[in-house]
Every structure is written in structure tokens, then in C-alpha cells.
Design a protein around this ligand. Structure first.
Ligand SMILES: *[C@@H]1O[C@H](CO)[C@@H](O)[C@H](O)[C@H]1NC(C)=O
Ligand SMILES: *[C@@H]1O[C@H](CO)[C@@H](O)[C@H](O)[C@H]1NC(C)=O
Length: 334
């Protein structure tokens, strides 16, 4: 039986790391990703800054590791995830980048690792490249509905690639090794799972040979206004890219995919002759004034707001006589 000379390689490694001071990049993975960013790259090498090294100076852009993806015609930063980076590994998230072939460049404390140390100086070597590709870009072709109160379940159609959500390692039913990581409506999470359960609102591919399908999620938050939907797939995909046709232009000239509105559940007093100066209470949900102050129109005229709370608005009716009325709180919909 042979004894492996274990101590030898170990000594050799220690020697290498100490003597080197050598900073080098040896590999980038995954190789492919979305045109709209959100692909998490792992860059392997040595001599990178340690995570704890730059906590003190986290505002100094020259401190720690920085990554740039460089093609023959453009150069795009990759946003470093400091907590997951150490001397032999950097993780970074790609930004939106046109379809192209990019070589990785790393700077440590503001000093670029020379190109002779990137894949041993073999420029455009496959192992130090990242390729943004439209065929790896998730899409959003349409959304239903286009508006609703906060908490609405929305369904998108697009090239979603996978019917798996979450951190398990299951493969999609079409055989692809990719999963949904996160979905956002505006700045807030859009939940794929029903509360306290493993049941999804809906995540389907058209067939087990298709990349097209439907994903449903429930909006969180109480913001009233305009929202864009986006989602991120793991592995060699990334952030979704919406088709142009998925946007609408609202009455206030905002471009967005979805609009939330307040719900009116009741108005009191609800009948009778309305003389000016009557106190009117409007009950409902999500009377949010983040973007615009609430407005109430009675018979086309402004009802003077006395108070706005999440579940009720009190206003004084205008000096205007009429035997019927219509109430429109908040923004009007397109
Ligand atoms: C939604 O996305 C479009 C296109 O990127 C952008 O012009 C618009 O301002 C966004 N709307 C919101 C509410 O973020
Ligand atoms: C409200 O009253 C106006 C006339 O004062 C009338 O034209 C209109 O049809 C009425 N609307 C309703 C909903 O009753």
C-alpha cells in the first residue's frame, strides 16, 4: 500500500500563497446570463481583498475589490457582494448589459490586476469571460390584471424558463437547472407562496419542452401608485427584461406595468340632499398619500379634506346643491 505524501502539497501551497503576493484571476462562472443584469458571478483567483478588510472604509470606492466586465467596445461594473468575497473568491451581480462577450477585470484597493494575471494573460480566454445573451434572458410579455388594490395577485406571461421556486435544487420540468429566486412589484416583494404554506399562486410552463409560461404572485405593501414587475432567476440566467408592450402610460404620464388604487367600501351619509358644508366620511382601504395628496370629488367639485387615515377620509362637501353624488377618491384610473 502506498502512502500519499500529504505534507508535501501542503507545504507547497503555503509557500505559493506567501511568495506570490500574486494576484490573479483564474475563472468566472456562470459563463452566460441575462441582458438585464441580476446574474450572480463567482470570480475565482487569489490575492483579492478580504471581506473584513474594508468594513471600516466601506464608503471609499477604491477600497476592497471592484469588478468590471469589459468587451471590445464597452465596460460595465459588476456590483460586488462584499460579505461573500474573500482572498480567493469574489461574488458580484451583473448590471444590465447589451449582448456581448465580456472579459472580467478586477481591482484590489484601486489597483488593477494586470492582464498578464487574468487567465495567465490569455486575453478573451473562455474561462475569464462572461457572455450576456438574449437566449438566457427571462422576459415579461404581459401582465393581468393591469391595476388593482394593494395585495392583488398578478399573473405574468413570458419566457420564465422554470417552474421551480425557492432554494431547493430541483430541476425545472423542462430539464433546465434554474429556479425563481425573487419577484418584485415596485420596491416590494411579490410573494409566490400563499401565506403559511408551500402552495404557489401559480407557476407553470406551457409544456415540458417549453421555456414559456405563467407566474402568479401576490403584491405586498400598501403603496398607491405605479409599479414595475420584475423577477430574478438563479444560475446562468438573471433579471427579467420586459417587452415594450407591457408598459402603459397613466393619466399622470407615468410609464409602468401596474397601478394600485385605493378601495372604497362605503360613503356616509350616503343619501339625502347634499348642501354644502356637510361632513362626508369615505371608508375604504389604502388611502396612501406617498405620491399625491388625496382628493375627493363630489359632483365634480372638490370636497375639502379634513383628515386622511389608512381606512377613512373625512371631508367637507363643497357649497353645491344636488340630489345625487359621485365620489372619486385618489387618483383616477386610466
Ligand atoms: C418602469 O420601467 C420603465 C422602463 O424602464 C420606466 O421608464 C418607468 O419609469 C418605470 N416606472 C416605475 C413606476 O418605476
Ligand atoms: C344626478 O343628477 C343629475 C341632474 O341633477 C342627472 O343628470 C344625473 O343623471 C343624476 N345621476 C344619477 C346617478 O342619478
Amino acid at each position: 500500500m502506498r502512502h500519499l505524501p500529504l505534507h508535501l502539497p501542503l507545504t507547497f501551497w503555503i509557500f505559493l500563497c506567501n511568495s506570490a503576493g500574486a494576484q490573479r484571476v483564474t475563472n468566472v462562472s456562470p459563463k452566460y446570463g441575462s441582458l438585464n443584469g441580476g446574474t450572480r458571478l463567482t470570480i475565482a483567483g487569489q490575492g483579492f481583498a478580504q471581506a473584513n478588510q474594508f468594513n471600516l472604509n466601506s464608503n471609499d470606492p477604491n477600497f476592497g475589490n471592484s469588478v468590471t466586465l469589459v468587451s471590445r467596445t464597452r465596460s460595465i461594473p459588476c456590483d460586488v457582494e462584499r460579505d461573500s468575497s474573500h482572498s480567493a473568491q469574489i461574488m458580484c451581480y451583473t448590471r444590465a448589459m447589451p449582448e456581448d462577450d465580456y472579459e472580467v477585470r478586477v481591482s484590489v484597493d484601486g489597483v488593477a490586476i494586470p492582464s498578464s494575471m487574468i487567465c495567465n494573460g490569455n486575453q478573451w480566454s473562455y474561462w475569464c469571460m462572461f457572455y450576456s445573451r438574449s437566449v438566457r434572458t427571462p422576459t415579461i410579455q404581459s401582465i393581468r390584471p393591469l391595476s388593482g388594490p394593494p395585495g392583488t395577485v398578478v399573473t405574468l406571461r413570458g419566457r420564465i424558463f422554470t417552474d421551480v421556486y425557492g432554494s431547493n435544487t430541483d430541476k425545472s420540468s423542462n430539464g433546465l437547472d434554474v429556479r425563481f429566486l425573487r419577484t418584485y412589484m415596485g420596491g416590494m416583494t411579490c410573494e409566490l407562496l400563499k401565506p403559511n404554506s408551500d402552495e404557489k399562486y401559480g407557476l407553470y410552463l406551457d409544456s415540458d419542452t417549453s421555456q414559456m409560461g405563467y407566474m402568479s404572485c401576490r403584491m405586498t405593501g400598501t403603496y398607491i401608485g405605479h409599479h414595475n414587475l420584475s423577477y430574478i432567476l438563479d444560475s446562468d440566467y438573471g433579471r427579467s427584461l420586459p417587452d415594450f408592450g407591457v408598459f402603459s402610460i397613466s393619466a399622470v404620464n407615468q410609464i409602468a406595468m401596474f397601478q394600485t388604487y385605493a378601495e372604497v367600501t362605503g360613503v356616509s351619509p350616503s343619501d339625502g340632499s347634499m348642501l354644502g358644508g356637510t361632513l362626508l366620511t369615505i371608508q375604504g382601504n389604502y388611502f396612501d398619500e406617498t405620491d399625491q395628496p388625496a382628493r375627493v370629488l363630489v359632483g365634480g367639485q372638490e370636497c375639502q379634506i379634513k383628515s386622511v387615515m389608512n381606512e377613512g377620509i373625512v371631508c367637507v362637501t363643497p357649497a353645491y346643491e344636488r340630489t345625487n353624488m359621485t365620489v372619486f377618491p385618489g387618483e383616477e384610473l386610466i
